[in-house]
Write a protein that binds this ligand. Structure first.
Ligand code: ATP
Length: 226
Protein backbone atom coordinates (compact mmCIF):
# COMPACT_ATOMS: atom_id res chain seq x y z
CA UNK A 1 0.00 0.00 0.00
CA UNK A 2 1.22 3.47 -0.84
CA UNK A 3 -0.05 6.61 0.81
CA UNK A 4 0.65 10.08 -0.61
CA UNK A 5 -0.03 13.56 0.78
CA UNK A 6 -2.76 12.35 3.10
CA UNK A 7 -4.50 15.03 5.16
CA UNK A 8 -7.28 14.96 7.70
CA UNK A 9 -8.09 17.89 9.95
CA UNK A 10 -10.24 17.97 13.07
CA UNK A 11 -10.67 21.19 15.09
CA UNK A 12 -7.37 20.94 16.92
CA UNK A 13 -5.49 18.28 15.04
CA UNK A 14 -4.15 17.60 11.58
CA UNK A 15 -2.98 14.26 10.31
CA UNK A 16 -0.41 14.82 7.59
CA UNK A 17 1.27 11.86 5.92
CA UNK A 18 3.50 12.84 3.00
CA UNK A 19 4.68 9.51 1.74
CA UNK A 20 4.17 6.15 3.42
CA UNK A 21 4.89 2.80 1.80
CA UNK A 22 3.62 -0.35 3.46
CA UNK A 23 4.91 -3.30 1.41
CA UNK A 24 2.71 -6.39 1.60
CA UNK A 25 3.48 -9.46 3.64
CA UNK A 26 4.97 -8.09 6.84
CA UNK A 27 3.86 -7.18 10.35
CA UNK A 28 4.04 -3.44 10.99
CA UNK A 29 3.76 -1.55 14.25
CA UNK A 30 2.49 1.99 14.60
CA UNK A 31 3.52 3.54 17.87
CA UNK A 32 3.41 7.00 19.37
CA UNK A 33 1.93 8.99 22.24
CA UNK A 34 -1.78 9.54 22.90
CA UNK A 35 -3.45 11.70 20.32
CA UNK A 36 -0.65 11.58 17.72
CA UNK A 37 -3.02 10.23 15.05
CA UNK A 38 -2.48 6.46 14.94
CA UNK A 39 -6.17 5.55 14.99
CA UNK A 40 -7.08 8.32 12.57
CA UNK A 41 -4.54 6.99 10.08
CA UNK A 42 -5.75 3.38 10.23
CA UNK A 43 -9.41 4.39 10.16
CA UNK A 44 -8.70 6.21 6.90
CA UNK A 45 -6.87 3.15 5.54
CA UNK A 46 -9.83 0.93 6.52
CA UNK A 47 -12.19 3.52 5.06
CA UNK A 48 -14.21 3.97 8.24
CA UNK A 49 -13.53 7.71 8.09
CA UNK A 50 -12.90 9.87 5.04
CA UNK A 51 -9.68 11.70 4.28
CA UNK A 52 -9.76 15.40 3.39
CA UNK A 53 -7.20 14.96 0.63
CA UNK A 54 -4.41 12.71 -0.59
CA UNK A 55 -4.17 9.36 -2.27
CA UNK A 56 -4.05 5.76 -1.13
CA UNK A 57 -2.93 3.17 -3.66
CA UNK A 58 -4.29 -0.12 -2.32
CA UNK A 59 -2.27 -2.05 -4.89
CA UNK A 60 -5.10 -4.40 -5.76
CA UNK A 61 -6.53 -4.87 -2.26
CA UNK A 62 -10.28 -4.39 -2.03
CA UNK A 63 -12.39 -3.54 1.02
CA UNK A 64 -13.10 -7.25 1.50
CA UNK A 65 -9.36 -7.93 1.91
CA UNK A 66 -8.98 -5.41 4.73
CA UNK A 67 -10.24 -5.89 8.24
CA UNK A 68 -9.82 -3.83 11.38
CA UNK A 69 -10.11 -4.91 14.98
CA UNK A 70 -11.00 -1.55 16.49
CA UNK A 71 -10.25 -0.37 20.00
CA UNK A 72 -13.80 -0.95 21.13
CA UNK A 73 -15.06 -4.30 19.89
CA UNK A 74 -18.38 -4.21 18.14
CA UNK A 75 -20.56 -7.24 18.84
CA UNK A 76 -23.58 -8.29 16.83
CA UNK A 77 -26.59 -8.91 19.12
CA UNK A 78 -26.26 -12.64 18.73
CA UNK A 79 -24.25 -15.61 19.97
CA UNK A 80 -20.47 -15.98 20.06
CA UNK A 81 -20.77 -18.54 17.24
CA UNK A 82 -22.84 -16.29 14.98
CA UNK A 83 -20.50 -13.36 15.58
CA UNK A 84 -17.55 -15.54 14.64
CA UNK A 85 -18.99 -16.90 11.40
CA UNK A 86 -20.46 -13.55 10.29
CA UNK A 87 -17.42 -12.53 8.13
CA UNK A 88 -17.60 -15.92 6.38
CA UNK A 89 -21.30 -15.61 5.71
CA UNK A 90 -21.03 -12.16 4.14
CA UNK A 91 -18.33 -13.59 1.86
CA UNK A 92 -20.48 -16.60 0.97
CA UNK A 93 -18.05 -19.02 2.60
CA UNK A 94 -19.67 -21.97 4.32
CA UNK A 95 -18.28 -22.25 7.87
CA UNK A 96 -16.58 -25.61 8.46
CA UNK A 97 -17.36 -26.78 11.97
CA UNK A 98 -13.86 -28.14 12.71
CA UNK A 99 -12.26 -24.84 11.67
CA UNK A 100 -14.75 -22.79 13.66
CA UNK A 101 -14.04 -25.02 16.68
CA UNK A 102 -10.30 -24.35 16.36
CA UNK A 103 -10.92 -20.61 16.55
CA UNK A 104 -13.31 -21.01 19.47
CA UNK A 105 -10.59 -22.99 21.26
CA UNK A 106 -7.94 -20.37 20.48
CA UNK A 107 -10.05 -17.74 22.26
CA UNK A 108 -11.15 -20.04 25.13
CA UNK A 109 -14.77 -20.29 24.01
CA UNK A 110 -14.78 -24.11 23.90
CA UNK A 111 -18.10 -24.46 25.72
CA UNK A 112 -19.42 -20.97 25.19
CA UNK A 113 -20.30 -20.82 21.52
CA UNK A 114 -23.95 -20.19 22.39
CA UNK A 115 -23.29 -17.39 24.84
CA UNK A 116 -24.74 -13.94 24.05
CA UNK A 117 -21.74 -12.00 22.69
CA UNK A 118 -22.64 -8.48 23.93
CA UNK A 119 -22.69 -9.91 27.47
CA UNK A 120 -19.04 -11.00 27.36
CA UNK A 121 -16.30 -9.33 29.39
CA UNK A 122 -14.09 -6.70 27.76
CA UNK A 123 -11.21 -9.16 27.26
CA UNK A 124 -13.52 -11.90 25.94
CA UNK A 125 -15.00 -9.44 23.44
CA UNK A 126 -11.52 -8.52 22.25
CA UNK A 127 -10.66 -12.19 21.81
CA UNK A 128 -13.86 -12.74 19.83
CA UNK A 129 -13.11 -9.66 17.70
CA UNK A 130 -9.61 -11.05 17.02
CA UNK A 131 -10.76 -14.53 15.95
CA UNK A 132 -13.60 -12.97 13.95
CA UNK A 133 -10.98 -11.04 12.00
CA UNK A 134 -8.62 -13.99 11.64
CA UNK A 135 -11.19 -16.58 10.57
CA UNK A 136 -11.33 -15.43 6.96
CA UNK A 137 -7.52 -15.02 6.67
CA UNK A 138 -7.60 -11.43 5.40
CA UNK A 139 -4.75 -10.11 3.32
CA UNK A 140 -4.54 -6.96 5.44
CA UNK A 141 -5.42 -6.88 9.15
CA UNK A 142 -5.32 -3.81 11.38
CA UNK A 143 -5.33 -4.36 15.13
CA UNK A 144 -5.89 -1.06 16.94
CA UNK A 145 -5.08 -1.72 20.62
CA UNK A 146 -6.77 -5.09 20.18
CA UNK A 147 -4.75 -6.72 22.97
CA UNK A 148 -5.30 -3.99 25.56
CA UNK A 149 -7.76 -5.99 27.70
CA UNK A 150 -6.13 -9.40 27.29
CA UNK A 151 -4.41 -11.16 30.14
CA UNK A 152 -0.79 -12.01 29.50
CA UNK A 153 -1.48 -15.67 28.65
CA UNK A 154 -4.05 -14.69 26.03
CA UNK A 155 -1.72 -12.01 24.67
CA UNK A 156 1.01 -14.65 24.20
CA UNK A 157 -1.50 -17.07 22.62
CA UNK A 158 -2.54 -14.50 20.02
CA UNK A 159 1.01 -13.32 19.37
CA UNK A 160 2.07 -16.93 18.80
CA UNK A 161 -0.88 -17.55 16.48
CA UNK A 162 -0.15 -14.43 14.41
CA UNK A 163 3.53 -15.37 14.07
CA UNK A 164 2.64 -18.94 13.11
CA UNK A 165 0.18 -17.80 10.46
CA UNK A 166 2.69 -15.30 9.17
CA UNK A 167 5.26 -18.05 8.66
CA UNK A 168 2.79 -20.31 6.83
CA UNK A 169 1.01 -17.71 4.78
CA UNK A 170 2.40 -14.16 4.95
CA UNK A 171 -0.16 -11.37 5.04
CA UNK A 172 0.04 -7.70 6.01
CA UNK A 173 -0.68 -6.71 9.59
CA UNK A 174 -0.70 -3.32 11.27
CA UNK A 175 -0.52 -3.42 15.04
CA UNK A 176 -1.17 -0.28 17.08
CA UNK A 177 -0.19 -0.69 20.70
CA UNK A 178 1.35 1.06 23.67
CA UNK A 179 2.49 -2.40 24.82
CA UNK A 180 5.92 -2.06 23.31
CA UNK A 181 6.94 -5.57 24.41
CA UNK A 182 4.17 -6.93 22.20
CA UNK A 183 5.12 -4.67 19.30
CA UNK A 184 8.70 -5.79 19.70
CA UNK A 185 7.80 -9.50 19.66
CA UNK A 186 5.50 -9.18 16.66
CA UNK A 187 6.56 -6.44 14.32
CA UNK A 188 9.15 -6.56 11.54
CA UNK A 189 9.03 -2.83 10.93
CA UNK A 190 7.83 0.10 13.03
CA UNK A 191 6.47 3.57 12.31
CA UNK A 192 6.66 6.22 15.01
CA UNK A 193 4.07 8.98 14.91
CA UNK A 194 4.24 12.36 16.56
CA UNK A 195 1.74 15.18 16.28
CA UNK A 196 0.00 13.86 13.18
CA UNK A 197 3.11 12.82 11.27
CA UNK A 198 5.29 9.75 10.87
CA UNK A 199 8.63 11.10 12.07
CA UNK A 200 10.68 7.89 12.22
CA UNK A 201 10.52 4.39 10.81
CA UNK A 202 12.74 1.36 10.74
CA UNK A 203 13.20 -2.22 11.81
CA UNK A 204 12.51 -3.14 15.40
CA UNK A 205 16.18 -3.34 16.46
CA UNK A 206 16.81 0.22 15.37
CA UNK A 207 13.52 1.67 16.51
CA UNK A 208 13.11 0.03 19.90
CA UNK A 209 16.61 -0.88 21.01
CA UNK A 210 18.56 1.87 19.32
CA UNK A 211 16.23 4.86 18.91
CA UNK A 212 17.86 7.87 17.31
CA UNK A 213 15.46 10.77 17.70
CA UNK A 214 14.68 12.38 21.07
CA UNK A 215 10.87 12.12 20.69
CA UNK A 216 11.09 8.34 20.24
CA UNK A 217 13.60 7.97 23.08
CA UNK A 218 11.28 9.91 25.37
CA UNK A 219 8.21 7.93 24.31
CA UNK A 220 9.98 4.59 24.88
CA UNK A 221 11.08 5.71 28.34
CA UNK A 222 7.46 6.30 29.30
CA UNK A 223 6.11 2.92 28.17
CA UNK A 224 7.04 -0.42 29.63
CA UNK A 225 9.56 -2.52 27.74
CA UNK A 226 9.03 -5.50 30.05
N1 ATP B 1 -14.03 12.45 15.28
C1 ATP B 1 -13.16 13.32 15.80
N2 ATP B 1 -13.52 14.61 16.03
C2 ATP B 1 -12.63 15.52 16.53
N3 ATP B 1 -11.36 15.21 16.85
C3 ATP B 1 -10.96 13.94 16.65
C4 ATP B 1 -11.83 12.93 16.12
N4 ATP B 1 -11.15 11.77 16.02
C5 ATP B 1 -9.90 12.03 16.48
N5 ATP B 1 -9.80 13.32 16.85
C6 ATP B 1 -8.60 13.98 17.38
O1 ATP B 1 -7.50 13.63 16.58
C7 ATP B 1 -6.34 13.47 17.38
C8 ATP B 1 -5.72 12.11 17.08
O2 ATP B 1 -6.56 11.09 17.59
P1 ATP B 1 -6.25 9.55 17.39
O3 ATP B 1 -7.37 8.77 18.01
O4 ATP B 1 -5.93 9.30 15.97
O5 ATP B 1 -4.92 9.38 18.26
P2 ATP B 1 -4.11 8.09 18.69
O6 ATP B 1 -2.69 8.30 18.31
O7 ATP B 1 -4.78 6.87 18.18
O8 ATP B 1 -4.22 8.21 20.29
P3 ATP B 1 -4.31 7.16 21.51
O9 ATP B 1 -2.96 6.53 21.67
O10 ATP B 1 -4.65 8.03 22.66
O11 ATP B 1 -5.39 6.21 21.20
C9 ATP B 1 -6.78 13.65 18.82
O12 ATP B 1 -6.46 14.96 19.22
C10 ATP B 1 -8.27 13.45 18.76
O13 ATP B 1 -8.94 14.21 19.74
Amino acid sequence: MKIYNLKKTFENFTLSIDDLHIPQGKIYGIIGPNGCGKSTLVKIIANTIKKDSGKIDYEGLTSKDITMVPRKSYMIHDTVYNNLVYPLEIRNIKPRREIVDEYLKLADFNNEANKYAPGLSGGQMQKLALIRAMIFSPKFTIIDEGFSNLDIESTFTFEKEILKRQKENPATWIIISHQISSVSRLCDYIYFMWDGKVIAEGDRENMIYNPKIPELKRYLQTVSLS
